[in-house]
Design a binder for this molecule. Structure first.
Ligand code: SF4
Length: 325
């Protein structure tokens, strides 16, 4: 696992603990709460920041401790009591998971990149639903898709519409951290939405828009042949699983989209609104990484549903995406 991935995992865990109301002190001698540490780490340049975070994270392992919020208010832990205090090895392992390099994609057509590009070009000219009239940019995806892991969300927001890329802005930054925390560079996965154009005012997608646009997603998934799909939030999850169940009942469980394992979790925007969900998502993405590495059987995971219906229409075969139009 690369150093910056380790740091991202530690940062995510610390943030989750803070969100749960637990005060974490990076170093009692500095009298510095973890929130301040994280802010400083985030504002540091990547190159030098990684080095300084490493040193401070090391201090956490050797000196840091957690104390209840009520007890910690305005109180400094005496250095003599905290010096040399060790976090048990089991807890260290839990907070610093180790990941090997993610597996490469297999089973794709040789020309999968050119097929995706051709499909992208088609969406750029698409006028199959009224959203083409209000979009600034078509948002086809983000990431290279080098790793066979695909994240699917609902639709572009204002930032995505402005920049033409999926998951930018605060939610995008958080997703980048979440992916990094399982030892993966966001640029290597594939992130896309059910709708490629922004619904005005971020309203929910309409049925006719979903019917018009979801074949693009189906085709993306067919070309990419992911080992695992992660749906982000209620809308994409319900659509791909053809269910009306709430996300709270679906998240963290493994389903299938056609033959591909599908793991739903919360949308990063939901985490920004409800930070206590970070721990839950952290558990979900660790499971996601297990499936990516070893598949369902190796991860010892039970499939909750044997099959899901593809969204809106059957997956079109190569070249016939718009035969009916
Ligand atoms: S949302 Fe999809 S179907 Fe509608 S115009 Fe955009 S690309 Fe075409």
């Amino acid at each position: 696992m690369q150093k910056d991935h380790i740091l991202q995992a530690i940062a995510l865990q610390i943030e989750a603990e803070i969100d749960r109301g637990i005060s974490i002190w990076i170093d009692p001698a500095w009298n510095e709460p973890a929130s301040s540490f994280l802010a400083r780490a985030a504002s540091s340049p990547r190159s030098s920041g990684a080095q300084s975070v490493r040193g401070q994270a090391s201090a956490t392992r050797s000196k840091g401790r957690q104390i209840p919020a009520a007890r910690s208010k305005g109180r400094q832990i005496p250095a003599a009591r905290s010096e040399g205090r060790q976090i048990p090895a089991a807890r260290q392992a839990e907070s610093r998971p180790s990941f090997s390099p993610p597996p490469p994609a297999t089973g794709r057509d040789r020309d999968w990149k050119s097929k995706l590009e051709k499909l992208r070009q088609e969406t750029l000219a698409c006028k199959k639903c009224p959203l083409h009239e209000t979009r600034t940019n078509v948002v086809f995806n983000s990431g290279s898709g080098k790793i066979p892991l695909v994240f699917v969300s609902e639709a572009p927001g204002a930032n995505e519409d402005a920049q033409g890329e999926a998951f930018v802005g605060r939610a995008g930054d958080l997703l980048t951290k979440i992916i990094a925390a399982i030892g993966i560079d966001r640029r290597d996965v594939y992130i896309c939405n059910v709708l490629k154009c922004r619904p005005p005012g971020n309203r929910n997608p309409m049925p006719d828009e979903i019917a018009a646009c979801s074949p693009y997603l189906a085709r993306q998934l067919e070309i990419l042949k992911p080992r695992v799909i992660c749906t982000l939030g209620l809308f994409a999850t319900q659509l791909l699983l053809d269910t009306k169940a709430p996300i709270g009942k679906l998240r963290g469980r493994v389903f299938r989209y056609l033959e591909t394992p599908l793991l739903p979790t919360y949308h990063p925007a939901a985490l920004l609104r409800n930070p206590h969900l970070k721990r839950t998502v952290w558990e979900d993405v660790q499971l996601l990484r297990k499936i990516l590495d070893g598949g369902i059987k190796k991860a010892g995971i039970e499939i909750q549903m044997t099959e899901s219906k593809p969204a809106a229409r059957p997956i079109p075969q190569s070249g016939d995406l718009f035969e009916s139009s």
